[in-house]
Design a protein around this ligand. Structure first.
Ligand code: ZN
Length: 334
């Protein structure tokens, strides 16, 4: 019989207690013919309860999730939980070590590599292991993202509008527990093969986030991230205690139309006229692209395609034509 995966681990997922080990990805290359990539994993198990799979570092330049989950992995003990917690803080380890969105090994975006194949490049093998080994174990899949080096977000939990209404309401309730003023319903405008979509299609309660960004770990966003993880773990019954109440009422906003994602009309320097969280009106100019080599040319305007709040914007000033420079989300009833 063909094994489910080429990846091996020293973890016994059925064993009670706390284990720290690695999952090992075969990687034969010029400088090491029989090498493995060793991705750290922590599993904590205590009695009957939900299994939560918590992942950071799907994209290697989004640091908030990896830092929050590394801290949790060191601190948490079996007596703190009822159920099983599987923590992989740096899921795409080569990308996290390089601080890049894509893997430096094969140039693949892990969050476009699902479901993966039994025989695949390194990144596809990671996706395949999740699809075939870890997702079937999990009731809850938490995938922590931020804006990375290219974007900055209002820290929020986000989710897809999945067609299964009961699944959607469970995901929405967990997202609201994150404890932030906004929950974002988003759409995939740049390709398929996403980790959360694979987990959603397998019926999991999926919680994802956009925790800040700008290639950093700000103290404010780190506090939000760590508290949010604990809130969701409490909400699903893994961690004892009640989730902390959100600081204010939670507003659900949606950016589900392609035109909510504003692409730069030209290469140059993007100047945003608005800060994150500000309200904009349809038809309003929200920014412009300057041409540093032709400043005698008028800047190219970026116009709001709809009214709402600026939930995300490009972080570096420099932009190429077609880069996402602004996302506008509007309040919705769900
Ligand atoms: Zn990401």
């Amino acid at each position: 019989m063909t094994p489910k995966t080429q990846i091996i681990t020293d973890i016994d997922y059925d064993r009670p207690g706390k284990q720290q080990g690695t999952i090992r990805i075969p990687y034969s290359h010029n400088l090491a013919g029989w090498a493995n990539i060793l991705i750290p994993i922590t599993v904590v198990s205590n009695g009957a309860g939900p299994t939560v799979l918590a992942l950071g570092g799907n994209h290697g330049d989004e640091y908030e999730g990896p830092v929050a989950l590394m801290k949790l992995a060191r601190a948490i003990q079996p007596c703190d939980i009822t159920g099983r917690l599987i923590l992989i803080p740096a899921l795409n380890l080569p990308a996290v070590m390089a601080g890049t969105r894509l893997s430096p090994i094969d140039g693949v975006n892990l969050n476009r590599a699902f479901p993966g194949k039994y025989t695949d490049t390194v990144t596809g093998l990671i996706a395949h292991y999740l699809t075939n080994v870890l997702f079937p174990l999990a009731d809850v899949v938490m995938d922590l993202h931020g804006g990375g080096r290219s974007m900055d977000f209002i820290p929020c939990a986000h989710l897809h509008r999945v067609s299964d209404e009961a699944q959607f309401q469970k995901m929405l309730a967990a997202a609201k527990c994150w404890g932030q003023p906004y929950v974002l319903i988003y759409a995939d405008i740049a390709g398929e093969g996403l980790l959360p979509v694979q987990a959603e299609n397998m019926g999991k309660l999926v919680v994802t986030t956009e925790m800040g960004g700008a290639g950093q770990c700000s103290p404010t966003v780190m506090r939000i991230t760590e508290q949010g993880v604990r809130n969701v773990l409490s909400h699903v019954g893994l961690l004892s205690g009640k989730p902390a109440p959100p600081p204010q009422e939670v507003t659900v906003v949606a950016a589900t139309r392609r035109e909510d994602y504003h692409l730069s009309p030209a290469a140059g320097i993007y100047e945003s006229f608005f800060d994150l969280g500000e309200t904009v009106e349809q038809g309003q100019q929200i920014g412009q692209v300057h041409f540093p080599d032709r400043f005698d040319w008028a800047p190219e305007p970026v116009i709001a395609s709809g009214s709402g709040i600026l939930i995300c914007r490009r972080f570096p000033g420099g932009t190429s034509r077609g880069d996402c420079v602004a996302v506008i989300a509007r309040p919705v009833e769900v």
